[in-house]
Structure formats: structure tokens, C-alpha cells
Design a protein around this ligand. Structure first.
Ligand code: C5P
Length: 235
């Protein structure tokens, strides 16, 4: 595939929503916890629906919550703008992404992997990632500068280094890749906390594009409060 093909190619999205979200302290998986009247997962799906290039969506939900996820899709998203499949996730995020990749059609050119927990990610962030891959990058991830000084430590908590802060980025999702590159990286059977790490290990360059504070990950109760405030303000 040439760069021009990728630029005009269709986009598949793997939306991972199979985490337990234990740090949120809720009585249900994080994706099903409401922000306002709608759960985190539905807000994340709404964001994906705002992205014109998307041709297919794979929603990865906890195995016991597949019906609930399908119900959200059926009740709220009648529009057949693109194909949507709901599949079961696995124990680790990597397992869940792998399940989502298997559920996407073979003919998408670019694949985005997105955390449902980053439910308020603006459409512009999706577009920047798609544009960077369309322009020839093997992979692109949104990132924001790190404001704190970051230390590396050993097992005893003794500081072993202070990386140059100007070279650090806190990365977010959606993370986008040429489909063949991402599928190849996942074929290796390794695990990682983000998708770029596997693609980097496979020897490809991944670029960082401008992220957005609104792409924060809902992890703790205070993040949920922040999301609710933002939604009430129209985010
Ligand atoms: O737990 P963590 O913050 O890494 O989760 C990031 C995203 O990955 C969340 O949207 C979560 O639902 C998803 N995830 C998943 N399957 C897992 C673990 C996390 O789909 N086993």
C-alpha cells in the first residue's frame, strides 16, 4: 500500500472497554458507570461517531456484559453509519485489543485503538492521529508535555535517574497505525500497557501528535466527578 492509499483508506476502531475499573470503586465495570444519564462507554461511542473516516467499530466489553453493550449500541445508535461489532475482552488490555483486532474487517487500512475510559476525547484528536498515519507514519499517538519532573527508581525507591523533561510526553489514545503494522506487532504475542510500545518493539517509528487534556483517562472517583462537570458544561 502506498502512502496515498493509506491517506484515502478506511479506518477501523477498536474501542477497549473490558477493564474492571477497580480503582473507581463502582459496583459494575468502569465502562458501564454513568457520567450523566449515559455511561462512560456510550460517551466514548458518541466520540467515535463524530469521526467521518471510520468504517468499522469493534467494541470490546467484559464477557458478562456483552448483551448490555449491544443494547447500548442498538438503543442509542440506530444509524448504520458503519459496521459495529461487540466482542468479549480478556484478562489484560493486550488480550482485549487482540480480540478487537480479530473482529475488524480485513480491509481497513488504518486501525485506531482507543480506551473507552478516555470518553471525552475530542474528535480533533482522532483526526490528528488519522492524518499523521495517512501522511505516511507507521503509527501516531497523541501526547501532552509532562509538567512534573519524573524520576526513575530502583526496587528500594532510590532515585536512579532524572530524564530530561523536555523529551517526555504523557501519551493518550486513540493510538493509530497502518493496519498491517499493528496486526504484525500483535502477532508477536507480547504484552504492553499501550499499543505503540508493541509497534516500537516491532521496529517501526511512531510519531507523537498533539494530545488534549480532555482525553484524560477516567480512573479514580475524582476523574468521574471531573467528567461529569465537563459534560454538564457541554464538553
Ligand atoms: O486499566 P487501564 O487503565 O489500563 O484501562 C485502559 C482501557 O483498557 C480501559 O478502557 C479498559 O476498559 C480497557 N481494558 C480492557 N481489557 C482489560 C483491561 C483494560 O479492555 N483487560
Amino acid at each position: 500500500m502506498t502512502d496515498a492509499d493509506a491517506a484515502s483508506g478506511s479506518v477501523g476502531v477498536v474501542l477497549v472497554a473490558a477493564g474492571s475499573g477497580s480503582r473507581l470503586g463502582a459496583d459494575k465495570p468502569k465502562a458501564f458507570v454513568p457520567i450523566d444519564e449515559d455511561p462512560i462507554l456510550l460517551h466514548a461511542i458518541y466520540a467515535v461517531h463524530g469521526v467521518q473516516e471510520v468504517a468499522a467499530l469493534a467494541i470490546v466489553a467484559p464477557p458478562e456484559w456483552l448483551e448490555a453493550a449491544q443494547e447500548l449500541v442498538d438503543l442509542h445508535l440506530g444509524c448504520p453509519c458503519f459496521t459495529t461489532r461487540v466482542v468479549a475482552g480478556g484478562a489484560e488490555r493486550t488480550d482485549s485489543v487482540r480480540a478487537g483486532l480479530a473482529a475488524l474487517p480485513d480491509d481497513v487500512d488504518i486501525i485506531l485503538v482507543h480506551d473507552a475510559a478516555r470518553a471525552l476525547t475530542p474528535v480533533e484528536v482522532f483526526e490528528r492521529v488519522i492524518d499523521a498515519v495517512g501522511a505516511g507514519a507507521a503509527g501516531a499517538v497523541p501526547g501532552i508535555p509532562v509538567v512534573d519532573t519524573v524520576k526513575t527508581v530502583d526496587d528500594r525507591g532510590i532515585i536512579t535517574g532524572t530524564p530530561d523533561r523536555s523529551r517526555l510526553r504523557a501519551v493518550q489514545t486513540p493510538q493509530g497505525f497502518l493496519a498491517d503494522v499493528l496486526r504484525g506487532a500483535y502477532a508477536g504475542g507480547l504484552t504492553a500497557t499501550d499499543d505503540a510500545a508493541l509497534v516500537e518493539l516491532a521496529g517501526h517509528d511512531v510519531v507523537v501528535v498533539e494530545g488534549d487534556p480532555l482525553a484524560f483517562k477516567i480512573t479514580a472517583p475524582e476523574d468521574l466527578d471531573r467528567a461529569a462537570r465537563l459534560v454538564a458544561e457541554g464538553a
